[in-house]
Design a protein around this ligand. Structure first.
Ligand code: KIV
Length: 279
């Protein structure tokens, strides 16, 4: 009997081993159907706390909760087979102490089945990263523009310009030494992202950083043109789904008003022979 072996999911170790090799393809996802689409092409699918802004209409990621991350993590887990699924630790779920971080990271892993967590912060989070890694929790770090610190950073600004480059380089080295398997570099000058990529032994995943990073990540609703409240300069739109959806909804509204919808094929009669697949 020929049966294909179940597909093996990528692990944090597989991702770490991709340093300097084919670029890692990463996207966010928040729902099962989108996770299935992303899983077909991606090495890593992130349940980002960007979910608060793109799906829940929140003004920032600051009020995203553990419950939201768990609910969306469980939905994404149903759509991911091959990629490494990483779940973001929301604001205030890990900063208080390594013990608080462990409690919440363990809950995210147990309740979603994710293979790793991501948290924001460099040198000041190194002790926490080490604490989690030593207890079996793979951690992806996130440095540069860290959106959960938007108020302290004075906005969504490019980080690491001029003399500030040294701080970001130290952040990259600190999270590497603490045992992170990979690090997101957000909104940095390209030359700094290239320097970090050259100097640390774990893969860098860029967003608004450099094509020279070991991988790239985008928020899926941004790249599909589904979220069009605003567009960061680093986003490339590969589709315009909000526009297409607007056109579809407007056509539907016209057809309902003119009674063109539903047509004969969308209604039933006593003689309807075809069985509705949903019955
Ligand atoms: O929350 C998120 O989507 C992220 C990515 C932008 C890296 O952290």
């Amino acid at each position: 009997m020929s049966q294909s072996a179940p597909q093996k999911s990528l692990t944090a170790t597989d991702i770490r081993d991709r340093k300097g090799k084919t670029p890692l393809v990463c996207l966010t996802a928040y729902t099962t159907p989108v996770a299935q689409l992303a899983d077909a092409e991606c090495d890593l699918v992130l349940v980002g706390d960007s979910v608060g802004m793109v799906l829940h209409g929140l003004p920032s990621t600051l009020s995203v909760t553990m419950e939201m991350m768990i609910l969306h993590g469980q939905a994404v887990a149903r759509g991911v087979n091959r990629a490494l699924m990483v779940v973001d630790m929301p604001f205030a779920s890990y900063e208080e102490s390594p013990a608080q971080a462990l409690r919440n990271a363990a809950r995210l892993m147990a309740e979603t089945g994710c293979g790793a967590v991501k948290l924001e912060g460099g040198q000041h989070m190194a002790e926490t990263i080490r604490f989690l890694v030593d207890r079996g929790i793979p951690v992806m770090a996130h440095i540069g523009l860290t959106p959960q610190s938007v108020n302290a950073l004075g906005g969504y600004r490019v980080q690491g310009k001029g003399a500030d480059a040294d701080r970001i380089l130290k952040d990259a080295k600190a999270v590497t030494d603490a045992g992170a398997f990979s690090v997101v570099l957000e909104k940095l000058p390209a030359a700094l992202a290239d320097r970090i990529t050259a100097e640390i032994p774990i893969p860098t995943v860029g967003i608004g950083a450099s094509a020279g990073c070991d991988g790239q990540i985008l928020v899926i609703d941004d790249m599909l043109g589904l979220f069009d409240a605003f567009k960061p300069a680093f986003v490339k739109r590969y589709a315009h789904l909000a526009k297409d959806a607007g056109t579809a909804i407007s056509t539907y509204a016209q057809e309902v008003r003119s009674r063109a919808f539903p047509a004969a094929e969308h209604v039933f009669s006593d003689k309807t022979a075809e069985k509705d697949p949903t019955e």
